[in-house]
Design a protein around this ligand. Sequence first.
Ligand code: SAM
Length: 283
Amino acid sequence: MLSYQHAYHAGNHADLLKHLVLREVLAYLTKKPAPVTYVDSHAGEGAYDLSSPLAQRLREFEGGVGAALRASSKAPAPVRAFLDDVQALPGNKGGALRALLGSPGWAQRWLREQDRLFLFEQHPQAFPALQAALGKDPRVTVQRADGFAGALSILRAPTKRALWLLDPAYERREEDQEVIRRVRQVSRQLPGAVLAIWYPVVDRARTEALLEGVLEATAAPLLKLELSIAPDHPGRGMTGSGMLVANPPYTLAESFAEVLPWLMDTLAPAQGAGMLRWLRPAP
Ligand SMILES: C[S@@+](CC[C@H](N)C(=O)[O-])C[C@H]1O[C@@H](n2cnc3c(N)ncnc32)[C@H](O)[C@@H]1O
């Protein structure tokens, strides 16, 4: 039963962190001419209309991309580059913020002709929207199927340069175990792949168990980038989120040493906290 709809949350602080990481990883992977395989196992709709009733209901984008745009003149270069991409979207002419892309839409822009995108989405409304947004691009394969199993079917030899974005909604507790199990399987099949795992901070004990499980499931270097907009509080919903990146490009820690404090000061000056930590350092 899929009840989660990402349109409510598009462009919030968690999306901003995730898409900044995505941009940085793809910028690194596309430096060499060799083709890149991008797997988005939990793709969402691909593009969002921020004037829609769903997005307007909570207006979460105001506290994420909206806040970043308002402070963009002082943003570090990687954030400014992302915000330039946001402002270049057709719906955002003249300084408006009406249109936003989801991870598949951004990846489509940031990848090249020789690269391939494999997108998985199961939601009955999100899937046709995703297909309509990206399905005509010959580089893109869109499937209405389980993204965990889908990723496992693609991320194997002879694939070489690959990024798997895992962005489940974590609606069910069992999803944590599924993330850990699939990370273990993919890490065995394709140990050099970059895995970018998004996680929410709702209940700190649950978050820590997920991170420990992933650490145990892969032997790869593991970088944690976390942004909280409020102190941990189990009754308060999502107070933060993070990206756990296996085999991160060396550029990621360098750039986020500057990006994270800026995000913290800009999105949550009073209560924010940012954390950059190697759970397993690069050799
Ligand atoms: C957090 S949203 C994705 C947001 C998107 N990655 C982005 O950054 O724009 C998670 C999506 O995963 C979908 N989903 C949940 N379980 C899935 C599964 N097992 N396989 C594929 N899609 C799934 C949900 O319907 C939802 O649209």
